[in-house]
Design a protein around this ligand. Sequence first.
Ligand code: ZN
Length: 431
Amino acid sequence: MIDEASLSAGDIRRIQEKAWDETIAHVSAHSAFYREHLALAGFRPGRPPPLDALPDIPPIDKSTLSERTDDFVCVPMEEVVEITTTSGTTGRALVVPMTESDMRRLAYNEYLSFRCVGLTARDTVLLGVTLDRCFIAGLAYSIGLRQLGCAVVRVGASAPQMHFEMIDRLKPTAIVSVPSFLRLLADRAGEEGRDLSKSGVTRAVCIGEPLRAPDMTPNAAAADIMKRWGVRVFSTYGNTELQGSLCECGAGRGGHAHPELTLVEALDEAGRPVGAGEAGEITATTFGVRGLPLVRYRTGDVAAVYSEPCACGRVTQRIGPVVGRKHQKLKVKGATIYPSTLQAVLDSCQGVESYVILARSESSLSDAIEVVVHCPSDEDRTICRLRDAFRGRAKVVPGIRCAQKAEIEALQMPEGSRKRRFFVDLRGNAS
Ligand SMILES: [Zn+2]
């Protein structure tokens, strides 16, 4: 097992060159898609591309993977032990078949991440995420925590009362959950006069929603969780197709990649690397995956990748906060903006209880954005405050409409959806 904290940049390069060679050999031997893809890029079977040739292999995207999944899969069905899927928020859910060794790799990824967070075998951890419905995250956390030797309490992503009961009985030291659920738990706790900051939970590992502004400072959700729970928060970037996550260390300067498992790049629209610290489309290569390995996979998530040493001493790659999904980029009167920027304003605006952002096509140059908000008291003043905040922080003022909570709830969670949406794309060209 590698001690990541002691790796030099040279060590990482050597580890990745070896992992790259193994991955290329594996996909060349077993994936019909990659055999064809590498040949089209000019690499003959006897002369596999070295890691230096990575920029010469065209990146692939979700639509290619979705259309030709079977041609990507490198193992026969009898080796598959678990099938997970993507959330399907941008079309049909992708199917990711995993082998026993992929499960071990997944556990190892999370084991490393939780170690990075500072958890040890002495910790008792509430698992407050969805464990079924084909999601990979809950499964990954569960087996990763177990590998670390933590006591895992699988309460799941509902039932606040059960969370409180387990907090009282088992005195957990950490919780893994989605930020909005941690805030809901804090609301419920407040209603019954319970003080979660005295619960003994010291760390919250979060997934699914942003915790940091692009400059890495805690956003409104993170600040709220830190205050009401009295915990340190750790943000995680996860992706089903990559079969792993990148989690922050205590320095909170981006999620650390594990070099023997994942190589990340940030690319511009043309597929070229963006400048250091600039946001680009996260494109990743998985190492050690047997079932569905990916080489230069465009995730659709836009974030910056950092390679300079972290304050924790690790020199592994880090990924900054996701500023948006590539296809969610909005054009407003010549400016470009991601829904996450609008969300950050809405999250921190006093008086806004719930909201949803709607985007419609207006013209080829501009999108129409409507923010539907529920403000239970002092509607006029809240709207004024919100308008000022958009003008100051997002440089764009969308249309604002007030609505009842039920209407917003229906827009956020349409029938059959697995994930709450704060942004609904009604533009015709949305993928
Ligand atoms: Zn670090």
